[in-house]
Design a protein around this ligand. Structure first.
Ligand code: DAH
Length: 344
């Protein structure tokens, strides 16, 4: 009997169960009507008084230990099954999160990228902290050009022959593309640009541009005009007309500024087009041979066109936003008005 009690004590001490069913099985095996401990008690009843004195205490201890262990296992398995069970009805409809909307500048950038992707253009990006060479020198800016001036450019380091600065236009990515891509090149470069301007309704120190570049053999001004016309019609509607005015940029020759017909008054004259019927949207031109040569492209064999436009400006025309500062102030009353076609 002594051995049986000790064996059972050891069994009780090492008893384990992972669920309620296993606990119940253990209880029946040990303490049930035909359980092993119950049987020992029956045996005990027919023992002589001496043995009773010897084993009575031990047997009671065994029963208490078994009962305590079973209770402990019961509590444990109940606790885990409560934690596992769902606290709420998961089949109920959820509470939807309010979806944010995309920023108007992001929407316009995506539209422009999508249009030029259809024409076979790749997308390229470049660093926002650039050097003087990629922003100015390789783009044929004369050494004393006012755009290099402290008034326009945020310099990161000065006193160096090729100082670091925040790029003032994405035309720097045009240079990086010519340096690294194989000809022919057809690329657009969206990105953020920085100018040291006083912030007002019409100017900001941060804004966004998309630069475009196409270089191949025999590219002409007619190709440029066609590309811009197709873009303008995709962007502003199939009836859009364009007007090219002569202009000057150091990196293009000839250069031009492009207006689109006002899609609000259709040429009658309104306050958005200031009564002219035309809205200026971009600058462009034929890449200056000096710019091609600076990046190691043979200007006798290759020619190309480039263009650049401001995303805030295009978004202003598209949604008639009258103050540039709205784009940067993160006012939800402003931002939540813009939905793309798929979100409406
Ligand atoms: N980089 C010019 C700017 O920041 C925009 C521009 C004009 C880009 C004409 C061009 C271009 O590539 O051909 O104002």
């Amino acid at each position: 009997m002594k051995e049986a009690i000790e064996q059972l004590l050891a069994q009780v001490a090492s008893l384990k169960a992972t669920n309620a069913k296993e606990v119940e099985e253990a209880r029946v095996r040990l303490l049930g009507k035909k359980g092993e401990i119950t049987k020992l008690f029956e045996e005990f009843r027919s023992c002589g008084p001496e043995l009773k004195r010897e084993f009575g205490k031990k047997l009671n201890e065994l029963k208490q230990a078994a009962t305590a262990k079973i209770d402990e296992l019961k509590n444990m398995t109940e606790a885990t099954s409560v934690a596992d069970s769902p606290k709420q009805d998961l089949s109920m409809p959820g509470t939807p999160f309010a979806l944010g909307s995309r920023h108007p500048v992001s929407i316009v950038r995506q539209e422009i990228v999508d249009i030029f992707r259809k024409f076979g253009y790749d997308v390229a990006e470049g660093p926002e902290i650039e050097d003087d060479y990629h922003v100015f020198e390789a783009l044929n800016f004369p050494p004393n050009h006012p755009a290099r001036d402290m008034q326009d450019t945020f310099f990161v380091s000065t006193g160096h022959p090729n100082p670091l600065l925040l790029r003032t236009h994405t035309s720097s990515v045009q240079v990086r593309s010519m340096e690294t891509m194989k000809l022919p090149i057809r690329v657009i470069c969206p990105g953020r640009v920085f100018r040291n301007e006083a912030i007002s309704a019409r100017a900001h120190c941060i804004f966004h541009q998309v630069e475009g570049l196409y270089i191949d053999e025999n590219v002409t001004f007619a190709d440029l005009k066609q590309a811009i016309l197709l873009f303008a019609r995709e962007m502003f509607g199939p009836d859009t007309a364009i007007r090219m005015r002569p202009s000057y940029f150091p990196f293009t020759e000839p250069s031009s500024e492009v207006d689109v017909s006002c899609n609000i008054c259709h040429g009658k004259g309104c306050n958005i087009c200031k009564g002219t019927g035309w809205l200026e949207i971009l600058g462009c031109g034929m890449v200056d041979p000096n710019v091609l040569e600076a990046s190691g492209i043979d200007s006798k064999k290759y020619s190309g066109f480039a263009f650049g436009m401001g995303l805030e400006r295009i978004a202003m025309l598209k949604w008639q936003v009258n103050d540039l500062r709205h784009y940067f102030e993160n006012d939800l009353r402003f931002l939540s008005q813009f939905k793309t076609a798929t979100e409406v």
